[in-house]
Design a protein around this ligand. Structure first.
Ligand code: PTJ
Length: 250
């Protein structure tokens, strides 16, 4: 059965459709093959969470939106999985928060960078950073350290969905506010984050856009309140409890 043929009545319709988007991403040279493996890991956690946004994740999404709205130079980082799963949704979040979009790859090739940038433009992006990687994250070897000097290189707040642990730690050490979407609450990325969002990217990005629009007219003081009342450790502990207690029968 191909993705196009999955009937909507199928009990695992959403999950299968999401998988199919990643397969297409690999076929189009956007997603790496390792991205499929990473997705499988994410799926397992999502299954245990009941494939829903738990309350603490919704609070994290609202805090992330507030951080993005308060920022001077917010950047949304896009890798091969994000580009396949939520290209239009990332463009909408960028518009709702005034953030820049930067393609930033773990497994960096010029071909994939360009394909992802073109894919984002097809989904409405006007400017895509990351092709000129004039800055480096300290303490990382090889190409994984490369970032855009006008993007992550000078950002004060960065959204990094599905990031690898080393780079998440390097960004955290630079003092950047890091908003991490990762279904694994035990991952080093989630633990390095200022705001760990333990939710599926396909739910988390539209949710952040929703909160950003809702908070568009909020005062600085209101945004500060939201940011200050968010507790990252508690959010991680809550997600871990929800996964361990999982009683979902499917
Ligand atoms: O496109 P590239 O080259 O930048 O590579 C991207 C991947 C994702 C392959 C790369 O960053 C990688 O290897 O990541 P990891 O170290 O496997 O981490 C991915 C994390 O994302 C894991 O903790 C997964 O549980 C989680 N994850 C996978 N799919 C989703 C997810 N979290 C949220 N939503 C998802 N859909």
């Amino acid at each position: 059965m191909t993705g196009a043929e999955i009937p909507e009545s199928h009990p695992r319709f959403e999950s299968l459709r999401t998988r199919h988007r990643l397969e297409e991403g690999v076929d189009r040279g956007i997603t790496s093959r390792a991205g499929l493996i990473a997705h499988g890991r994410g799926e397992a956690f999502d299954y245990l969470l009941g494939e829903r946004t738990i309350e603490s994740a919704a609070a994290a999404e609202r805090a992330a939106a507030a951080y993005l709205l308060r920022a001077d130079h917010p950047v949304l980082s896009v890798n091969g999985n994000v580009a396949a799963l939520a290209p239009g949704e990332m463009v909408e979040l960028a518009e709702a928060t005034g953030a820049a979009l930067e393609v930033n790859l773990f497994d960096r090739t010029d071909e994939r960078l360009e394909r992802i940038a073109a894919h984002l433009r097809e989904h409405g992006a006007t400017e895509v950073l990351g092709l000129e990687a004039g800055a480096r994250l300290p303490g990382l070897d090889h190409d994984r350290a490369k970032v855009d000097a006008d993007g992550i290189g000078r950002a004060d707040v960065v959204l990094v969905p599905l990031e690898d642990g080393d780079r998440a730690a390097a960004l955290a050490e630079m003092g950047v506010v890091e908003l991490v979407v990762d279904l694994n609450p035990l991952s080093r990325s989630a633990r390095a984050a200022t705001v760990p969002i333990v939710d599926n990217l396909v739910r988390a990005v539209p949710a952040m856009t929703h909160y950003a629009r809702e908070l568009a007219d909020a005062t600085e003081a209101e945004l500060d309140d939201i940011v200050e009342s968010f507790d990252a450790e508690e959010a991680l502990a809550d997600a871990e409890r929800a996964i361990r207690r999982s009683e979902t029968e499917r």
